[in-house]
Design a protein. Structure first.
Lengths: 114, 110
């Protein structure tokens, strides 16, 4: 049972480089989320999706883009990485919206931008 | 502003002790989640509750809607319970309006 899988697990980028983080879930969940976790702060929502082909902005969307072309995949893109985007990124999925069902999280991606 | 406050920030206990972690929220929520983040970083959902009390093994979660307060209790604590415990409140909407606390880092010594 894979659950939610994030790739890569670690990455170091130079300022200005681009990259895509992949989140894949095998639970047929409709809802998927990207969060970032920074020291001394709670998890913050970057973008989310309520179904295939849909995306929406969360609390801290600037500097990120997302796509949900397939139900099982939710991609997070950084077009021009900045040191402020150094963080641990978590993907999560849920069958319904958060009020009604538990969320399943990936193992996280530790990104460092130098 | 919707906020979720946890206390304490750090907690050290001896194996076998009864542990309580508190969570307070500033505005009414539709559901509250308790999550556990393992030392290696992975996050798992422990409880989701909107009223009353839930129990799973040695873990108990309670919520008092009137007082806007929730507690996570661990009975007979064990070193493998060492982790960061996070509470998160849903402030309405089905899309993902979870506001997360900063977490409580628990260390259980043998």
């Amino acid at each position: 049972n894979a659950g939610v899988t994030q790739t890569p697990k670690f990455r170091v980028l130079k300022t200005g480089q681009s990259m895509t983080l992949l989140c894949a879930q095998d639970m047929n969940h409709e809802y998927m989320y990207w969060y970032r976790q920074d020291p001394g702060m709670g998890l913050r929502l970057i973008h989310y999706s309520v179904g295939e082909g849909t995306t929406a902005k969360g609390e801290v969307p600037d500097g990120y883009n997302v796509s949900r072309l397939k139900k099982q995949n939710f991609l997070l893109g950084l077009e021009s990485a900045a040191p402020s985007q150094t963080s641990v990124y978590f993907c999560a999925s849920s069958r319904e919206g958060h009020p009604n069902t538990e969320a399943f999280f990936g193992q996280g991606t530790r990104l460092t931008v130098v | 502003k919707n906020e979720v406050e946890q206390s304490p920030q750090n907690l050290t206990a001896q194996e076998g002790e009864f542990i309580t972690i508190n969570c307070s929220y500033s505005v009414g929520i539709s559901a509250l989640h308790w999550l556990q983040q393992h030392p290696r970083g992975g996050i798992v959902s422990l409880f989701m509750l909107s009223s009353g009390k839930k129990k799973h093994g040695r873990l108990i979660a309670t919520i008092n809607i009137q007082e806007k307060h929730s507690s996570l209790h661990i009975t007979a604590s064990h070193p493998r319970d060492s982790a960061v415990y996070i509470c998160a409140g849903n402030y309405g909407g089905s899309q993902g309006n979870l506001i997360f606390g900063k977490g409580t880092k628990l260390s259980v010594k043998p």
